[in-house]
Design a protein around this ligand. Structure first.
Ligand SMILES: C[S@@+](CC[C@H](N)C(=O)[O-])C[C@H]1O[C@@H](n2cnc3c(N)ncnc32)[C@H](O)[C@@H]1O
Length: 535
């Protein structure tokens, strides 16, 4: 492990000129109270430049060429990354255009960002009731003695430095603002939506020095105003805080909307393996990573400290963007792109999205109805949801309209949503029924179920590794192999997805080896016994 990244700027680096650096610039190296990264490129913050034509796909190589020509790159080689400001943007709707770029060759598994402290942490939207300090589920039996919001226990209730005590407790107590018993019984208690934005606003009020860090975060204000989300945030956050809790005099709508926007665009999910902890957090450096549907990093958040560590999943050459994925790797292009548009407000045009076969992984491919499943049908223009789909078979070339494809997919999605995940046989039947003749065996509708089954076999009660029959052990290994082939394309290297599959495969392989050895030993014993007996 090497490469601590967030080291304070070295003198040589701090002299790099930062075009039109202004007082409000949160990435001005002289003002950050955290460790800092370097900044290069042309400035768009506060002076947003018009950009390349709509949908010009971005390509990391372009950035590489730019950086190679950048006079200060050499002096920046000591840092792992810099924040690149650029007028190079993907579409006119892409309002913000800073991203992290490797300033030297980074080896797979190297730490790029080491345990970055969160700028803000708090409950997720529409969450079940959680403790406002440790984000574990609560049932409302222990209430904060001061504000009456549920906490998990006295331990969290008496924390002096807990975020709850530090931020909202006093304000909520003064307004007698707490959820009712009925609200706490809901699985999506919307009052929790207000807590994290409220923390950001209160942080800004009490630490004007830190407010400059907040200023630097994208909130997609203009786009959010145009679409429904602005209105939803008004109902779920602005009105409850300002009207229901009567904080309207000290907190204005603008700052609450800005906090909501920052969270929607930038927050990472915080959870533990057992899913007992559920929260969201914002990081000033990690959240500058651009999205790519084939990310080159693996991110992890320590659920107890909420610190974020970013590692290189693969070798990242100097000049290449450092990327993470904001969406689900195992979703097909249509779904990923609409999820990114809805939640992060941009049209992804990464190489995977632009490729009809998703880089050969075939997560969206359908069996051609005319070739009876011998060839696969893929979108002619994967960036256009209304595109025709065409059979890849050289002699066939059969085309299907997007509405027909959508109809088929919605119908299969409904069937998939109805599946009972405790019934492994039902899942296997679903895979068998739709695989090959209708969907590519790697289709996202099937691959999600295969991923579930690959963990189910070997870990679920009644299917523990030692107890499982040979048939299921071999099935587990086959599923692992299929998924590993996809992981190698879509999340290569030391990604969480790839590593978890490798682990499952190795466990199954070792178990198989043990069984083979035991059987051989038993056979040998039997032979010995027979020989002795014969003698
Ligand atoms: C978490 S922020 C990343 C930092 C952001 N670029 C900034 O300057 O503040 C997420 C936003 O960055 C932009 N973005 C990230 N990856 C992108 C990509 N691959 N293509 C287009 N826009 C992207 C989108 O506007 C997205 O909503």
């Amino acid at each position: 492990m090497s490469g601590l990244v967030l080291t304070p700027l070295q003198p040589a680096l701090s002299s790099i000129s930062c075009p039109s650096s202004s007082e409000d610039d949160p990435y001005d190296p002289t003002i950050t109270d955290q460790n800092s990264a370097e900044i290069v490129g042309s400035r768009v913050f506060g002076n947003r430049q018009r950009c390349l034509p709509d949908k010009a796909p971005y390509h990391p190589l372009d950035v590489h060429t730019r950086l190679q020509n950048h006079p200060t790159l050499e002096s920046m080689m000591k840092l792992n990354y810099c924040v690149l400001f650029t007028d190079y943007v993907q579409s006119c709707k892409y309002e913000s255009c800073r991203f992290l770029v490797a300033t030297r060759n980074i080896k797979a598994d190297e730490i790029i960002i080491d345990a970055e402290e969160a700028l803000a942490v708090g409950p997720k939207q529409a969450t079940h009731p959680v403790c406002l300090n440790c984000y574990r589920r609560v049932d409302g039996t222990y209430l904060c003695p001061r504000c009456q919001w549920p906490l998990c226990s006295e331990v969290c209730g008496q924390l002096e430095n807990g975020l709850h005590q530090k931020f909202e407790c006093e304000v909520l107590a003064s307004q007698n603002a707490h959820p009712t018993k009925e609200e706490l019984e809901q699985d999506d208690c919307r009052l929790y939506d207000c807590i994290t934005p409220l923390r950001i606003v209160l942080d800004n009020h009490s630490h004007p020095d830190r407010s400059r860090l907040w200023l630097g975060l994208e909130d997609h204000r203009l786009y959010r105003q145009k679409v429904g989300i602005w209105h939803v945030d008004h109902q779920t956050v602005v009105d409850p805080v300002r009207i229901k809790w009567q904080l309207g005099e000290s907190i204005n709508e603008e700052e609450l909307q800005r906090a909501c926007g920052i969270l929607e665009v930038n927050a990472f999910e915080v959870c533990d393996d057992e899913k007992t902890i559920s929260a969201r957090a914002v990081y000033s450096h990690a959240c500058l990573m651009a999205h790519d549907c084939v990310p080159n990093t693996a991110c992890s958040v320590n659920p107890a400290t909420q610190r974020m560590t970013v590692r290189a999943a693969v070798d990242i050459p100097a000049g290449q963007m450092i990327t993470t994925s904001y969406t689900f790797t195992l979703d097909g292009t249509l779904r990923r792109r609409s999820h990114l548009k809805e939640t992060k407000f941009f049209d992804c045009c990464c190489p995977r999205c632009c490729d009809p076969t998703e880089l050969g992984s075939h997560l969206s491919s359908l069996a051609c109805p005319r070739c009876s499943g011998r060839n696969y049908t893929v979108p002619e223009d994967p960036l256009n949801p209304a595109s025709y789909w065409k059979c890849q078979g050289e002699k066939c070339g059969n085309r299907i309209g997007s509405s027909q494809v959508n109809q088929l997919l919605s119908c299969l999605q409904r069937k998939a949503d109805e599946l009972n995940y405790d019934d492994f046989q039902g899942l296997e039947i679903f895979i068998e029924t739709w695989s090959s003749s209708i969907l590519h065996p790697n289709h996202s509708l099937l691959i999600g179920i295969k991923y579930y089954l690959c963990h189910f076999y070997g870990n679920a009660p009644g299917f523990l590794l030692k107890e499982m029959s040979l048939r299921f052990l071999i099935r587990k290994m086959k599923l692992c192999e299929e998924l590993l082939n996809i992981a190698r394309i879509l999340e290569p290297g030391a990604s969480n997805f790839h590593c978890s599959l490798l682990k499952e495969f190795e466990l199954a392989e070792n178990e198989l080896a043990e069984r083979v050895t035991t059987t051989e030993d038993e056979e040998e014993e039997e032979n010995d016994f027979e020989t002795i007996h014969d003698e």
